[in-house]
Design a protein around this ligand. Structure first.
Ligand code: HGY
Ligand code: MN
Ligand code: MN
Length: 421
């Protein structure tokens, strides 16, 4: 195996030890010490390979090769933060592959076998996962102007810590001007079953699903669990439980696999074992191939939630947030992936992404290429997440080819992708 290949696997399996959990997962939520240690590794690797490191105001970290003074930058990367008890591949694979693809490109520039038109920057986006600090895809959304910096820096986690304080705690509250982007590339695990089922090693992502979240606030009344007669109770948690089940029931009324949703987060107040819950806040994540299906499911849910409120004499308010329109990635970028795959002797397949990625906001400002490698059993956001070394190396080989083509300017005349209703 080439040196790069061996080092890549060694680097990947080393980073998986940072914040490692008992069953081969990682715990590296945004702004935690473990996340900070992974970013220290990133900075050390980049500086050891001759890259200048910059950190912007929302903690996005860039490792730069400035081959052409003053020229703009092809960005390539993903994210090192994880979900709680998350998988060791989600995000980290794309960042480490990007570092190796960049070092390979630099070696060619130094030996004079590759003449770039643009510079190259590897990026580790801050808080892609949105677990500790919702919403997800945070750092790249501030970078592209889709989210407001000050609002994001003031966002608090459930313990009251702000993004600003968390970034300061890991030395990532930067002041550097980020590189000026001309294109973006990302390789990521599929987090689905299609590539595995079709036995194809490379996915060219052509579109993202419509995504939005509902923040449901259920307001009942506290009372004594052991002394209040049942007919006097206004139990917010029982009403919230009905809402959780409604989410699954409504989705089941649509064609299979056309729409997905779950309630992933739920806070109970006062959460005392002998107090009937006063209020509950829960988040439902709604995603579908077609925006109209999300909107229809949302309408049905809102109606049935108000039926529960009336039946139980409880107030239930619902607010929308983290709305992400469907994004279509540029055709020329898809063809560039397919051509690179053919050149590498690999089969490729066009597919959509249901999961959100930093490539989705980037695709609004620069032509973006998003690639997948297979996930075993489609498992992700859990310790069982797995992708084989062979598939990771195939994705790395692809990313190396794509990065060179972007640095040569092959997508310069291509408009960014567009959001579609
Ligand atoms: O939002 C998402 O889908 C991503 O996994 N954070
Ligand atoms: Mn991810
Ligand atoms: Mn994720």
């Amino acid at each position: 195996m080439a040196t790069t290949t061996l080092n890549f696997l060694a680097d990947f399996h080393h980073v998986a030890t940072i914040g490692a959990t008992p069953d081969h997962g990682v715990e590296r939520q945004a702004g935690t010490p473990e996340h900070g240690r992974a970013r220290e590794w990133f900075r050390g690797w980049a500086e050891d390979h001759g890259m200048a490191v910059r950190v912007d105001a929302v903690g996005n970290t860039f490792a730069l090769y400035e081959w052409v003074p003053g020229a703009d930058f092809v960005l390539v990367g993903s994210h090192l933060d994880s979900q709680p008890l998350g998988g060791r591949f989600d995000g980290a694979y794309g960042v480490i592959a990007a570092l190796h693809a960049a070092a390979e490109a630099d070696a060619r520039v130094q030996e004079g076998t590759f003449v770039p038109k643009h510079n190259l920057a590897v990026v580790d986006w801050f808080n892609e996962e949105g677990a500790r600090f919702p919403p997800s895809i945070m750092g790249s959304s501030v970078f592209t102007g889709a989210m407001d910096l000050e609002t994001i820096l003031a966002t608090r986690d459930p313990q009251g810590t702000t993004v600003r304080e968390a970034l300061e705690s890991i030395g990532c509250l930067g002041r550097d001007e980020p590189p000026r982007p001309v294109a973006y590339a990302e390789v990521h695990i599929e987090q689905g079953r299609i590539l595995e089922r079709e036995r194809v090693p490379i996915g060219a992502v052509d579109r993202s699903w419509h995504t939005q979240k509902l923040l449901v606030h259920v307001q009942g009344e506290q009372s004594h669990t052991g002394a209040t007669i049942m007919s006097d109770r206004h139990d917010a948690l029982v009403a919230a439980a009905r809402v959780v089940l409604l989410v699954e029931q409504v989705v089941a009324e649509f064609p299979p696999e056309s729409i997905v949703s779950s309630v992933g987060q739920l806070f109970v107040e006062p959460n005392s074992p002998i107090v009937v819950p006063r209020e509950v806040r829960l988040v439902a994540d709604l995603r579908a191939e077609r925006k109209e299906d999300v909107l229809t499911a949302r309408e049905i849910l809102l109606r049935r939630i108000q039926d529960v409120a009336a039946e139980r004499e409880i107030r239930i308010d619902v607010a929308d947030f983290d709305v992400r329109e469907i994004q279509r990635f540029p055709e020329e970028g898809l063809e560039l992936v397919e051509k690179s795959a053919r050149e590498a002797g690999l089969e490729s397949l066009r597919l959509r992404t249901m999961a959100g990625h930093d490539s989705v906001p980037l695709n609004r400002i620069v032509p973006t290429v998003m690639m997948f490698v297979p996930s075993v059993g489609g498992v992700s956001h859990c310790e069982r997440e797995f992708t084989t070394d062979e598939d990771m190396l195939a994705g790395l080989a692809m990313l190396q080819q794509v990065v060179l083509k972007l640095a040569e300017g092959q997508l310069d005349d291509v408009r960014p992708g567009e959001a579609t209703a």
